[in-house]
Structure formats: C-alpha cells, structure tokens
Design a binder for this molecule. Structure first.
Ligand code: ADP
Ligand code: MG
Ligand code: ZN
Length: 414
C-alpha cells in the first residue's frame, strides 16, 4: 500500500519523496492502527492524514482548531483535485447544503470539522450516515490541559470516538512533553496508540534570547541586519504591535500588523501580502501564524516573552521551514514575567490549571536563563537528549548574567 501512497504523493501532491517520519506514519495509518504522532512544526503533519484519506473507501474526518487553517487546507486540497470540505460556523446555507449533498453521495474524501461541532448531538448521526472511517485530530495538544492551547471542545473527542464504535483515530501535534503526551493518549484513545516521535530539533534555526532593555532599539538593530527578508515580530499587545510597526516603517522597513483588533479584511490583506511578497516584517500578536505555511520566513523575534516553551517553540518554528538558515531573537524582561504571573493569578482558571501555568512560566524562565546550550535545554524539555548545538547564542557567545530574571524568580516564588 505504501507504493500506492508514493504514487499519490507524486501525482496528487507533487512531491518526490516523503519527509522523515511521514512514510512510517502513513504506513501505520493504512495498516489501520491508532496513531499519535509528534512531529516538529513544518515537518508535514497534514500530509500524514490527507494522503491516506485518498486510499480505499470511506471518509476521513479532520478536527482542526482554527477555521482559517481548515479553509487553507480545503482550498489546497481542492486545488489538487481532492474532494474535501469544511463544516464550520462560517459556512453559508448554500455551502452547507452542497457539503451535505456530497456527504450523502459518498464522494467526499475529507471532511474538516470545527471543534465546536463536536459536542453537537447531530454530529454523531451525521458522521455515521456519512460512513466516516477515520478520525484525524490536528493540533492534538488542544485536548490536554498540559498543552499550551487547551480547548475544552476537544474533550468531546473521546466520547465521539466511542459513539462511532471506536473508529480509527490518528492524532498529530508538534509540541508534547511527556505529561501532555500521556494526557492526549488517555483522553483520545482506549488503548495505547502507536506512538511516533519525530525529532524536535530544527537545527537551521539560530536560537537567541536577550534581556529586554529597549525592545524598540534592540529590534531595530536586529532588523537592520535583515532588510529585505521576510520575518515575524511577535508582540503581546495590539497597541504594542501598532507602535512597533510604526517604528519599523519609520526606519525604512516594510512592516504590517496582524492582531484580532483589526478588521477582518485588513487582517486578511496583510496576511496575503506577507505570504505573497518578500521582505515584509509582520508585527503580530499570537493571533498570527497557526497553520501559516510560508517556507522562506527568515526570522522570528519576540518583543515580549511568549506564554510557554511550547508557544515559543511553535512561534519560532514558523521561521526556516525551507530548511535554510533562519534566526530568532526572544526578548524577556521582568515586566513580562510580572504581567504573565498576574494574568495567571487573575484568570478564571482552576487552582490546578493555575499551578500548571505557573510551572510552565518557570520552565520558560529557566530556558531564558539557561546556563549552557539553549537548544539542549529546549530539546531536553521535550525529552530529547542532544549535544551542544553550535547554533545558539550561548554556544556562540557564552553566558551573560542578567539579574532581572533572578529577581523574577524571587518574585514568582514569593
Ligand atoms: P506541519 O503541520 O507539520 O507544521 P505542514 O503539514 O503544514 O506541516 O507542512 C509543511 C510544508 O511541508 C507544507 O508546505 C507541505 O506542503 C510541505 N510538505 C509536506 N510533505 C512534504 C513532502 N513529502 N515533500 C515536500 N514538501 C512537503
Ligand atoms: Mg499543521
Ligand atoms: Zn547551542
């Protein structure tokens, strides 16, 4: 069956060979096994459930957390000549009717479902009638409170799976430490799934972190050396995005903004420009980037501390998907840490959840203050042992001591 898969890889997707891990995962899926695959960002997880959907009869139901992400994938598949559709709140009635017709005729190969549809009582019926044979769960860390992007709707997946008679389930994520991993397995599967853990390392990314003294000045210096390249600067607040973009533009860079406070049309226009053109710096909140597939992003910078190591890894992972060198710079300061700690305390989360969030913040601070190779520290967090990388600030320049985070640690443990 892998021969058939290889043929489709070429004829439908236009790729010459599988990326590391893809063939083994696709083999297991075609073999009918339940799979939990952990592969780095950009490794090509989508293909692992898209391709098997084209082999044999039956419908693959894909659960994916973001409507924009589903839309992109459906557009791409349609473009490849694959019959795929997405059911979500943005469908108009005509669109929904077309999808239901296709489902009834049984000629749909992939049906993307938004998480909020999972708990709807009519969903089981719909999927049963449509002859669903496989459940593919993208961004599976969303099912775990240990993950960085917990979605309560994902909790309905285990039940849905049971109601569909223990239908084959294959789950994918880029970021899962041991705790998240066993949590996912327990919530989604009845028995242990076949586990695939791809290497987490993205050796082409230069990792660096620096204490924040003047984000503006530090980022301008960083950008000056990268004029004409495409990159993303993440910023915690909408105002922060606007201010930084203005600063960058005034300094002769081409910067656009992306955050949830912008009109949808503006947001989409900015995103399209970033995808199509070269040399744009996107100054964005974390609203930007999930599922964005631009291979030649040459840098990712953080004006503010990310929310967690998982978020950090996923955000820097948007650089260098083409495998060529790309650089990252993450700024961190006491203010970021204080703000984050405060957000955790003031959130509506349960005490248990707050404890998890605090632990995550501390782990991230430990990465900021890593005494040796940053990549080694990062990979160790994901359970991977490695040698000093030679491609991080600490390997290149050695350790600089900064008292701010020591204060921050005191602040947190107080
Ligand atoms: P992930 O979900 O793991 O972050 P994607 O599924 O978005 O990654 O894939 C990242 C990019 O890699 C996409 O542009 C995809 O088309 C491309 N890709 C996937 N598989 C292959 C392959 N076998 N050969 C070449 N490119 C691939
Ligand atoms: Mg993906
Ligand atoms: Zn290193």
């Amino acid at each position: 069956m892998l021969d058939r898969a290889r043929a489709l890889l070429r004829s439908v997707f236009g790729f010459d060979s599988f990326r590391p891990g893809q063939d083994a995962i696709i083999g297991a899926i075609l073999d009918g096994q339940d799979v939990l695959a952990i592969m780095p960002t950009g490794a090509g997880k989508s293909l692992c459930y898209q391709l098997p959907a084209l082999i044999g009869n039956g419908l693959t139901v894909v659960v994916s957390p973001l409507i924009a992400l589903m839309r992109d994938q459906v557009a791409q598949l349609t473009n490849y000549g694959v019959n795929a559709a997405a059911l979500n709140s943005s469908n108009d009635p005509a669109e929904s009717r077309r999808i239901f017709d296709s489902l009834r005729d049984g000629d749909l190969r992939l049906l993307y479902l938004a998480p909020e549809r999972l708990a709807r009582p009519d969903t089981v019926e719909l999927l049963r009638n449509a002859g669903a044979t496989r459940l593919a769960i993208d961004e599976a860390h969303c099912v775990s409170q240990w993950g960085h992007d917990f979605r309560p709707e994902y909790l309905a997946l285990g039940e849905l799976r049971r109601e569909l008679g223990g239908i084959q389930t294959v789950a994918f994520t880029a970021t899962a430490d041991a705790a998240t991993r066993s949590d996912i397995a327990q919530r989604l599967f009845d028995a242990e799934p076949r586990l695939f853990i791809g290497g987490f390392d993205r050796p082409n990314l230069l990792l660096s972190m620096a204490p924040k003294n003047s984000a503006r000045k530090q980022l301008l210096e960083f950008l000056a050396a990268r004029k004409g390249q495409s990159g993303v600067v993440y910023c915690a607040s909408r105002n922060g995005c606007e201010d930084l973009a203005e600063t960058f533009n005034a300094a002769g860079h081409r910067a656009l903004v992306y955050h949830a406070g912008l009109d949808k049309a503006v947001r989409e226009a900015n995103q399209d420009a970033f995808l199509r053109e070269d040399g744009i710096t996107m100054v964005a909140t974390i609203a930007f980037g999930m599922g964005i597939d631009k291979p030649d992003v040459r840098f990712v910078a953080h004006a503010d501390l990310p929310k967690s190591i998982e978020a950090y890894y996923q955000e820097i992972g948007r650089a260098g998907r083409d495998g060529l060198p790309a650089e990252t710079l993450t700024l961190y300061g006491l203010g970021d840490v204080r703000l984050r700690a405060l957000q955790i305390e003031e959130s509506q989360a349960s005490d248990e959840q707050k404890r998890i969030e605090r632990a995550k913040l501390n782990t991230l601070l430990a990465l900021c203050e890593a005494p040796r190779c940053r990549r080694q520290t990062l990979l160790a967090y994901f359970g991977e042992q490695s040698e000093p990388c030679g491609n991080c600030d600490l390997c290149i320049h050695g350790v600089e001591v900064y008292d701010g985070t020591i204060d921050a640690q005191k602040f947190l443990s107080a």
